[in-house]
Each structure stands twice: as C-alpha cells, then as structure tokens.
Write a protein that binds this ligand. Sequence first.
Ligand code: PEP
Ligand code: MG
Length: 892
Amino acid sequence: EIKDQKFVYDFTEGNKDLKDLLGGKGANLAEMTNLGLPVPPGFTITTEACKVYLDSGEEPPALRDEVSAHLAGLEQTMGKKLGQADNPLLVSVRSGAKFSMPGMMDTVLNIGLSDDSVAGLAKQSGDERFAWDSYRRLIQMFGKTVMGVDGELFEEALDEAKEAKKVTVDTDLDAGDLQKLVKRFKKIVKSEAGREFPQDPREQMDLAIRSVFDSWNTERAKLYRRQERIPGDLGTAVNVCSMVFGNLGPDSGTGVAFTRDPASGHQGVYGDYLQNAQGEDVVAGIRNTVALAELENIDKKSYDQLMQIMETLETHYKDLCDIEFTIERGQLWMLQTRVGKRTAGAAFRIATQLVDQGLIDEAEALQRVNGAQLAQLMFPRFDDGAKAELLGRGIAASPGAAVGKAVFDSYTAVKWSRSGEKVILIRRETNPDDLDGMIAAEGILTSRGGKTSHAAVVARGMGKTCVCGAEELQVDTKRRRMTAGDRVIEEGDVVSIDGSSGKVYLGEVPVVPSPVVEYFEGRMHAGADDADELVGAVHRIMAYADRVRRLRVRANADNAEDALRARRFGAQGIGLCRTEHMFLGERREMVEKLILADHDDERQEALEALLPLQKQDFIELFEAMDGLPVTVRLLDPPLHEFLPDITDLSVRVALAEARHEPHENELRLLQAVHRLHEQNPMLGLRGVRLGLVIPGLFTMQVRAIAEAAAERKNAKGDPRAEIMIPLVGTVQELEIVREEAEAVIAEVEAASGVELKLALGTMIELPRAALTADQIAEAAEFFSFGTNDLTQTVWGFSRDDVEASFFTAYLEKGIFGVSPFETIDKDGVGKLVRDAVAAGRATRPDLKLGVCGEHGGDPESVHFFHEAGLDYVSCSPFRIPVARLEAGRAAA
Ligand code: PEP
Ligand code: MG
C-alpha cells in the first residue's frame, strides 16, 4: 500500500484543502501558486512520510527517489542545480503542520551552500559579504538544529568576532571577518558533533528533512500540543522552497501584512516592512520596521503588486489573511499566507463585513465567531495603558475588572456599600453566609478554592468579578488585613482584581465598561461610531444564531432581578432556581429552628413560618418569567451549611461554661451540629435525602410553588412552574416525593379552583440515576442534567477542592486540556448523558431534557448538548448570549 502512496507534492499540485497532508503552510503555498501568485518554486513532503518515519525510525523507501524527481524538476525550473559551484540553487527546508505551532519545530535556510558554492553565490549576487554571511548562517542553523551543537557556542564566537573588531552589530563585519567566522564555526561543528559540516548539498537537504521530522517530537512541541489540544499523531509536512533573499541591498526587504486590520476589521494597509533584511531579522527585532504604507515610497511597483495580491487573497479565502513576503532586488515573492488571527471585536465586525460584501453567507458568518470571543467582549476591562503594582495572582474564576476598598467580612461589605463605597470582599473562602456581602461587593477575592468553589460559582452566577485561590495572599480575617509578600493591605485600602487574568493589583486601575453589555441591557443601540459599529455586528450575528438554533436557552436564576436580566439577555425560561439561596440571611434562623426541631409541633411551626416567605419569592419569580418555564429545585445543600461553624460554637460553649453563664441553647445547637456534621457533606444528607428525612420540608416548598402559581393565575398571569428533585439515585426516592407532591398540588388546586399543570421532574446528577434513567423516566416528566455533581461523582473529584489542589499538575501532564468542571468530559460524563437521554426517551418519548450544570454556558459543551439531542441548556444570566451564539453555531 505504502508503495503506491505519493509522498511529495510540487507546489503546483496541492491546494488549500490538503492541510492534513501538506500542513497549513504547504497547502497555502500550493494554493497561492495555483492562483498565479509569485511563490518561489518548491515542493512539500507529506505528513504521511513523517508518520512513517516517526513510526519506523526510517524514511519510507520510496521517498528518496520522489524527492530526487521533484528536486530535478525544481532545478530545471530555476535553471540551476542545488549547490552547483558556479551558480547554486539554494533552498529552505521548513516545517509546517496541519495546525500552526509557531516556533515549535525546525527550519533550516540556505541549504546548498558549501566551500565551493559560496563563491558561486558571491558571483551570482555580486556581493561577497552576503555570500559569506549566508554560509555562516547555514552552518550555525544546521549545526544547531540538525547536528545538535549547542547554539550558544556559535553566538559566543560571533560575539568574539565583533569584540575583536570593536563593533557591536553583525552588519559591521565584512566578508573577510565572516569568512574567518565560517572557519571557526566549522571547527565548532567538528569538535562538538564529531564530524565535519557536510559539504554534499543533497546530504544537507536529506539531513535537514529528517531533522524537521524529528522536531515533531521535541519536548516543547509535545507540551505545546497538549496545551493546544493538537493530536500527537498528525506529524509535520516539510516544505522545500527555493531561497529568495531580502538582504541583497536597499531594493530588497521583507515584511508582514494583513488584508485588513486585525484589531478593528477595517480595510486598509496594515503591516510592517524592513528594508534589506530577512524574515529572521524582523522576528529578532534587530532594526525598527516601517509601516507597510511606506513601501509605496520605497518601491511603488512592488507595493502596487502587493495590494493587488492582498485583494486576490481576501476574495479567494473570503477572510482576513496574514502574509509574509520578501522583495529580492525589486521582485516580490510570497512566502506564506494563512487566515489571520484577530481580536474578538474584529471577528464580529469582519464576519458581518464579509456578509455585506457578498463573500460569505450568514451560516458561514456564525462559524467566524465564537462564544469565547463574545464572552470577552462582555466584560469590563482594565485600561490597557494603566500602570499598577501586582500583588499576586489567583484563578481567573469569573471575568471582569473590579476596583474597591478591601473588606474582610460580609457585614462590613454590606455596611460600606450602603454608604456608597465600592468594596472588594476578601475572604479565605466564602460560604452561603457571605452571600449578602458578595452581592454588595464589586468583586470577590479568595485565597483558597478553585473554579467551582462557592465563591467562583456564585460570582459567575451573579456576573460578578472573582479571583479565587490566590494562594500567595495571606488573608487574616480576624485582624482585617491581607499580606502579599511584605506588603500589608488593611481594611479600606483600594485593590483592583482582574477576573479574566486572575491578577490582583494594589490601588485603583482604571476600568472601561463593555458596550456589548450596554447593548444587551437595552441601553445602547447600533450606530455610527466605533463602539456602536461593534454592537451592530454583535446584534446581527445574534439574530442569525437565534434564527437557526435548535437548543433553547434558559437561565440559572433565584430571584426576580436575575430573572429579568436573564430575559433581557434572551433567556427562554429558568432552568434552575436553587431554593437554598432563598433561605439565607434573616431566614437562616428559621431554618435552624426547623433542623433543631425534635417534635412535630416545633417543626410544623418552623415550616409554617417559612411558607409565606417562599411563596412570595415564587410569586415574584413567576411574574418576572411570565409565560416562560421556571424550574424550581427543592432544597439541595447539606444541612450543616445552615448551621453555625462547629469550632466557633464549641468555643462559645466552652467560654460560657467557664464563666458559668447560661448556655442551654448553644449546647443544644452544638449537639445538633455534631449530629449533622459530615466528613463528606457533598455525598451526605442533601438533595432528595433531605426531603425524605425532614418531614414536611419538600411539601412546604411544593405548597409554596403551587400557591404562588395559583395566585399568579388568578391575577391573569401565565406561570409555568416545574418542580425539580435534586440528587435522585433511584426511582423509589422520586416516587415517594412525587406522591406527596401530587397530594399537595391537588389540595391547592381544590382550594384555589385553578388547574395548575405543574410538571415534576428530576436532576440527573448521580451515576446511578444516569444508569437507571429508563426507570427514573417512569416517574419524571423531565430530566435536567446536573453536570457539576455528575462530574464530581463520575470522576470521584471533590468539586470544591480539586481545582486548587492537583488540577494544575493534571493540566501540565496533559491528562486533560481543560478542567472537566469547565468543559464536559465527553467520553466519560458525556457518555452517561447520551445513554441517559436514550434510555429516558425510550421510556417516555416526550421527556423534556435539559442541563443546568456550569457546562450549560460553556461553548464546547453547548455543542455537545446540541449533538446529544437535549432540548435546552441553562446557564447563569451572563452566559446566556454565549449559549445562544454557540447553540446557533452548533446548528448552522
Ligand atoms: C449540578 O450539580 O450540576 C447542579 C446544577 O446543581 P448544584 O450545582 O446546585 O449542585
Ligand atoms: Mg447538583
């Protein structure tokens, strides 16, 4: 089979769609060649050849002859032979994988120079210095990358040559100096590599090709691939290209250009040019480049040709392209092109501009942007130009830029913010008690916890800036201060936190608001100026996405304010109302009473006190989401979250005892806290277990929902409540709760005289629930995948701890490229989701299916949920536009 395989493609044979085979660079060089653009002739050795080499340790046997044939063709085209003494053909040997891996793999220039042909090059170019400099560069590059010589040795020799001549730049060395340097370099090669620098040009070429193959597996290339999630078995192509020189005098040069501005998307002349230089010099920043527009004055003919080529490329690729070019004595050559990187804002603008130009359609425009870019555009940013002192760095938990006075407890946060101060709430970690403070604060900073810690999840839900797990910072809550190295930040000192980078600064860093959020909030409309233009592009792209998407998008929201914002952002309902968030603050004491009750009367009393409050919450929520579904989840978290801290309480009791003060209540509380304390509360008494153990708790909540819905109906509203049971593992649990709930609903319907049609369903967040989804669907009208807990239980990862403890090591080792709490683990957790979808629908074909874990707002996960056939995703209000966009992209 291998025998028939073609391993070498001339540039005239390939095209841009052959990136798998020819790599990105090779495919695009071929495409430009076939467009009739001036590309120096050459050929590409395929990634298949590389794979054979990497697998077997040897080049495919047919490769040598194929290379010979293509080299002969190239020599004929160029009218000179590789390394020919009097008129040498020189080539570059460059790596080029399917996905760009900038600077990760090898490249060797000037192949074909030798002791003989250096004279030929001098004659050909009429420039002896240039010839010796080219030879010097070859030995240096070849010695280092192909022969494994320490590059420092060449650098040192070069420095010594300059010192000896008392000059500082390479260009002050003349032909004679460079000739001596070549001798010195050859000696270095001989002594370090144990053999002479090869004089045979074909041997140079073959060794260079092999070294490019080898460079696929260097440590840094492997690391880069793991980070960028590029598969390790693709291999690289090798491009052999005739050399052109930008360093042959003032009528030569090299440059980079964009077909439009990668920052704004505007059409125009963007790029840099460096006269009398090679590409490597631009990268090394040896001399200052000039703006590309200057080229018009330097070389009008090449400039005009370049402009025309850029237009050809843009029309052909139907996208922004970036290019590298060289001018050799007035002749323009294209060395590379590819679809260019751009800023988030430019991506949106360019996509709509190209639609307007008729180059792409709306479906294609959706593929030109993504949710991560939209998310980036939605957060306020620190002014790039500002200077600030960095205090430390934590996990970028919830993006944005927040500035405020440091406060170290929730009470102070609320008090100060009421008096008009902006504050940053700084805690070691947060718990539900900090909620008031978190709401009051501009941003939240913790020194412990990962991306799914309480602080992170709640902050993202509120769209509030949060940096968590900033371990260099010592937070001393008692003394109301924080230390960073030897800096002490007292309560009231101003700090700035960047939730997009995780950086924490001392003092006030200036902030600019997001025009895109202003637009979603209805405070800004598309118009003429720069920000308006961006908003106009976002508006159009969102409209395309909404038109094509199949997934509906709901919000995770627990109060009317969040619900209203979610609606403005395009939410089509609430997919998760976490009722535990309604039991905090002043109501906590009532919950405490409920938990401590040891006879029915006491418990009943506590429940009756809570009922009207819950009911009022739901009335507000149903009103805000009138006409749209609202999934209310019954109480979930472990009970101890509602009780005082065990250590604090023990201290209080001990103190009271020592002082002989009365402390019966505290003692009773402490006993209860001890009784309810769990080693692993995330796997303890929570969710449906709580509902089954505390009589009347779930029925009180169901009654509150039912009565609120009845009241809304009587007020001519259109409430669409759905009741959701958390942490179900078996259908029996669900059946018991369902029976009780149905009785209560029937009672409320009878009393109010309205039909409520309340749907009852469950979360799927335990492996057992997913595995028995067929049975569970018998008792559930809908499933909502709780992928936070499902990830935790499938992997056996504690969601509150692991990201701060060993995830960094896991990411570094490439075990995963991104936390499974952030992007759904398709093979494991995702498999359970897919199987449960199939099993659930087999039982109940009209089963409604959604997801409400954090993954519901993650771009890659949204695509997965689309493919898995869910009906909706639910995410925090701020992620809704992102989910809408990605759902559209998945469907387009
Ligand atoms: C989940 O587990 O995915 C979920 C949405 O519930 P919570 O995060 O409240 O546990
Ligand atoms: Mg959960």
